[in-house]
Structure formats: C-alpha cells, structure tokens
Design a protein around this ligand. Structure first.
Ligand code: NDP
Ligand code: GDP
Length: 323
C-alpha cells in the first residue's frame, strides 16, 4: 500500500524539502494549510512540487480541524513542522507562540491517539531548548535544557508531550532536535537569509546597508534539504527516539557576513553593516554546536553541505532571484 504523510507547516522552509523527498519515495503527501485570502505557495513552487500536494485546511490552534484531518487522512506518518518559528517574535507574541508551538502539538497528539493510533509522529524540536547550557561547549542528547525565549519554552513543552504520548500510550513519537538549518527558501527575517538577500541587493546596487543585531553569536548551520532526510529516517526505525541533527561546527554571524560578501567580491563588509539595537534580543543564546553522533550511528545520517557551500548557495540564489 502507498504510504501517506501529513505535513504541517508545508508552506514554510522545511515542509517543501520534506514533501519533495517523500514524493520521490512515492508517498501521497497531504499538506496542512491555514485559511488565507491569498496563500503563498512560493517555496513549493521553487522546488517545483506545488501541484503534487493534497492540501487540507486547518490550523494548529483549532483542535477540531486537526481531529477532522487526522480522521480523514489516517496518515502513515505525521511530520509536525508548523510553528511560530521565529525566536525574535516570540517575546512580542508569546501567547500565540504557546498556542501554536505547545497546545497545537497536544491537539494533534490527542487526535492521533483517538483516531489513528498506528500513525507515526515526528515533532520538530529545536536546539533552542538547550539555551546556553552545554556539555564542554557542545550539545548532545544528554545536555540539560535551559530555554531562554518563549519560543524555546513552548517547544520544550511539545518535546516532553511527544515523549509522554510515547510512554503513556505506546504511540510512535519521535523528536528531532534540529540545529539551525537554512536554504534559499529560508524566511527572510532569519539572519542567514537576511544577509544573503542583503548582500545580493548591495552587489546589484539596490541597497547599501544591512541592519543587524548581535553579530557575535554562533550557530551550527546546516542545509535544510539534507536535514529533512533525518526526519524521515527517524520514522523508519523500529523504535521511536530523540535525535540531534547538526553539523558539529559552529560559526559566528561575522563569519557568515565575511563569506557572503567575499563571494560577491566585496572585502570591506563592515562598511555595509549597521548594528541596530532593535534587532538585539532580551535574552541571547551565545553558542550552539551539536553533536549528531547518535543520528550518524543509528540513522546512518550525515551532514552533507559544508558551511561555506551553504552561504554561497544562498547568496547565489538571491542574486538570481533579484536579477
Ligand atoms: P517556517 O517558519 O519556515 O515554517 C513554519 C510553518 O508553520 C509555516 O508554513 C506556517 O504557515 C506554519 N504555521 C504557523 N502557525 C500555524 C498555525 N497556527 N497553523 C498551521 N500552520 C501554522 O519554519 P521552518 O520550516 O524553518 O521550520 C520547521 C519547523 O522546525 C518549525 O517547527 C521550527 O520551529 C522547527 N525548527 C526549525 C529550525 C530551523 O533552523 N529552520 C531549527 C529547529 C527547529 P504559514 O505559511 O501559513 O505562515
Ligand atoms: P535562531 O537561532 O532561531 O534565533 O535564528 P536567527 O537566524 O533568527 O538568529 C540567529 C542569531 O543571529 C541570533 O543570535 C540572533 O540574535 C542573531 N542576529 C543578529 N542580527 C540579527 C537580525 O537582524 N535578525 C535575526 N533574525 N537574527 C539576528
């Protein structure tokens, strides 16, 4: 029988890459979308798959809609990627962030428990849950959590609820603890895409400056197209478990800027960057660097795209779009 998957967050960054992967594996893919007067299918179109998804209408904050969708689709696998995913906005919209990122996950888990208990569930957990706590500077699955934003706190609730449904009801529920992952279809408010778009505009004479906040923080940045493979692998195991997905390398935003500007032949990047306190956060997370040995050993997953390659890929894609 053909496998079926429901992807929430299908219009975001990871949803389209995951959908493409599943379509290549001959899945029928349902994508949950919110009701819009004018929905944006740009990311799915970028990957050429917008007409190959079966769209279902619902919202993570509307429990009945999720129940109906699970009842109707009875998917083999659910990938819960929907979220208010921007850390920066989570201080201003903490209630909404909690409703979508915490309660929404509870609703969908309950719907699976009641109406489709054989469905395997993937929860998009995040390295943000670690905060600044780390084990010798690198985070593993054993590192303690100390979330430092409403986003991370809401995601930690969902992480534990996912584990609780596995332990309480025997459902197949896995958490992917993914470190930052980027691509040409990353949202423009995230720092990597803001820089790649800004650099492309400066190169083409459409702009002169990029306004940024704290450029000293470091992240473990990988390529989204590669990270969705790990999501799928987690649901193909005999037992559900939690896995870190990361590259193991950490780079500062300054490093990202240097490579991005250098790639378009601009060496004096400092001239084009203005530090704007409006983009600084009430609580910062200084360094994220993840050890993905468990994913490597159990899932046979490895990071495939190096940092420099990722930066150049993003800048090139923005140059092409703007041209
Ligand atoms: P995006 O922000 O690109 O996509 C999030 C999606 O969630 C959007 O399609 C959005 O829909 C949807 N969504 C938001 N609110 C609701 C709602 N109330 N009901 C239904 N759908 C909703 O995120 P990414 O693709 O980058 O990330 C995927 C998941 O992985 C997220 O949960 C994120 O928190 C998590 N994650 C991401 C990391 C990263 O580096 N990218 C790192 C670790 C975890 P719409 O298009 O309608 O706005
Ligand atoms: P996050 O790791 O999920 O918060 O991903 P972001 O891309 O939003 O931010 C990564 C890091 O870049 C954080 O330490 C931010 O404080 C820092 N940063 C610096 N300037 C900016 C900016 O202008 N926008 C964003 N989004 N982040 C910035």
């Amino acid at each position: 029988m053909k496998k079926t998957a429901l992807i929430t967050g299908i219009l975001g960054q990871d949803g389209p890459y995951l959908a493409k992967l599943l379509l290549e594996k001959d899945y029928k893919v349902y994508g949950l979308i919110r009701r819009y007067s004018n929905p944006n299918f740009e990311n799915l179109e970028f990957l050429g798959i917008s007409d190959r998804i079966e769209y279902v209408s619902g919202d993570m904050t509307d429990e009945a809609s999720l129940i109906n969708i699970i009842k109707l689709t009875q998917p083999t696998e659910v990938y819960n990627l929907a979220a208010q995913s921007f850390v920066g906005s989570s201080w201003d919209q903490s209630k909404l962030t909690t409703e979508v990122n915490s309660l929404g996950v509870l609703y969908i888990l309950n719907a699976i428990k009641l109406f489709s208990p054989l469905t395997k569930f993937y929860q998009a957990s995040t390295s943000e849950m670690f905060g600044n706590s780390s084990n010798e500077g690198i985070q593993t699955e054993e590192t303690s959590f100390h979330p430092r934003s409403p986003y991370a706190i809401a995601k930690l609730y969902a992480y534990w609820m996912t584990i609780n449904f596995k332990e309480s009801y025997g459902l197949f529920c896995a958490n992917g603890i993914l470190f930052n992952h980027e691509s040409p279809i990353r949202g423009k408010e995230f720092v990597t895409r803001k820089i790649s778009d800004g650099v492309a505009k400066i190169k083409l004479g459409l702009s002169d400056k990029i306004r940024l906040g704290n450029i000293d923080s470091k992240r473990d940045w990988g390529f989204a197209g590669n990270y969705v493979e790990a999501m799928w692998l987690m649901l193909q195991q005999e037992k559900a478990d939690n896995y870190i997905v990361s590259t193991g390398e950490s780079h500062s935003i300054k490093n990202f800027l240097e490579i991005a500007f250098d790639h378009v032949g601009i060496s004096d990047w400092e001239k084009h960057v203005t530090i704007d306190p409006n983009f600084k956060r009430p609580a910062e997370l200084h360094v994220l660097q993840g050890k993905s040995d468990k994913a490597k050993n159990v899932l046979k997953w490895i990071p495939k795209v190096k940092f420099e390659e990722l930066v150049k890929m993003m800048v090139d894609a923005d140059l092409q779009r703007l041209r």
